[in-house]
Design a binder for this molecule. Structure first.
Ligand code: BJW
Ligand code: ZN
Length: 252
């Protein structure tokens, strides 16, 4: 129905979306890599989703790290290099403005590990999959935020000499418990849920959409194209979120 090449959205869809947001008492948002695409951060799936011949998701597992930590670090170091120069785009800024409008009736849960929501001014951000600027020791309790630093392919813990790893959540690992609980509560307690720039393929994060739907929240999707979540949403706004989110804000 919508042509992704031409991000022009039907005015009435934007107006309907604005009416839903305006009437909301509590808003919750789930973002994914797409919201940062216009900041130059690569997404995980699709054309750019290969790393040294493997699916990027295959280098985001504890098994891969145990087998070939240098390969896994090369992937994460390349991502760190992208993130070092990335700045928030108008989509991040619009979500920060939405938080200012709703105050503590607003929660942003992100699957992203790039810290760009906070850089845009979002305050209450639940990082479901950790943060790439942080490293932690695979053996002891050492954790440190080391943004902007070029790390070697096999960085070592300054406390105990064991291998450091990125402080992110890989496949087969649990999400940070408190963060997950807060995100679940927000999805369960909102009456308007925005799904932005995610393929909605990775669980349990994508399950928040179902949680919000079961709680009878209105669900709005912002993406370039239809996703695994599209059949469950009330309204899809298909175009770059760096345009559609500011368009929505202008109508509130
Ligand atoms: C735009 C745009 C623009 C582009 N504007 N839009 C069923 C229930 C529960 C769990 C499972 C289950 N089945 C399988 C599982 C396990 C697994 C899973 O979900 N697998 C699926 C692939 C099936 N989940 C897990 O393992 C999770 N842990 C867990 O379940 O623990 C319990 C357990 C323990 C032991 C054994 C088994 C289970 C952990 C998941 C961790 C995910 N980690 C990653 C990598 C982290 C960082 C790193 O190392 O680099 O997180 S994977 C990767 O995917 C990353 C992302 O956060 C995540 C989601 O991707 P996202 O954000 O949606 O990006 P893309 O690329 O997929 O999509 C981008 C979208 O943007 C697209 O739709 C574009 O169209 C759009 N877009 N430009 C708007 N300008
Ligand atoms: Zn250590």
């Amino acid at each position: 129905m919508h042509n992704p090449i031409d991000p022009e959205l039907p005015e009435d869809d934007l107006d309907r979306a604005a009416a839903i947001v305006r009437q909301a008492r509590r808003v919750a948002v789930l973002t994914g890599a797409g919201v940062s695409a216009e900041s130059g951060v690569p997404t995980f799936r699709g054309a750019t989703g290969l790393w040294e011949g493997q699916a990027v998701t295959d280098v985001a597992t504890p098994t891969a790290f145990a087998r070939d930590p240098a390969l896994v670090w090369r992937f994460h170091n390349a991502l760190r290099a992208h993130m070092k120069v990335a700045a928030p785009n108008p989509g991040h800024l619009a979500l920060a403005a939405l938080e200012r409008r709703f105050g503590n009736r607003f929660t942003l849960a992100t699957q992203n590990i790039d810290g760009l929501h906070q850089a845009a001014g979002s305050r209450n951000v639940l990082e479901l999959h950790g943060r790439l600027s942080r490293v932690r020791c695979a053996a002891c309790t050492y954790v440190a935020d080391r943004p902007g630093e070029d790390l070697p392919d096999l960085p070592r813990c300054p406390e105990c000499g064991a291998m450091l790893r990125p402080d992110v959540v890989w496949f087969e690992e649990m999400l940070p418990h408190g963060v997950w609980r807060e995100a679940y509560k927000a999805a369960e307690g909102c009456d308007c849920f925005l799904v932005v720039g995610t393929s909605a393929l990775v669980f349990p994060a994508a399950g928040l959409i179902e949680v919000a739907g079961s709680a009878r929240a209105r669900i709005l999707e912002f993406n370039l194209e239809r996703t695994a979540a599209s059949s469950r949403v009330d309204l899809g706004l298909y175009g770059p979120s760096g345009q559609t989110l500011p368009d929505l804000m202008r109508r509130l």
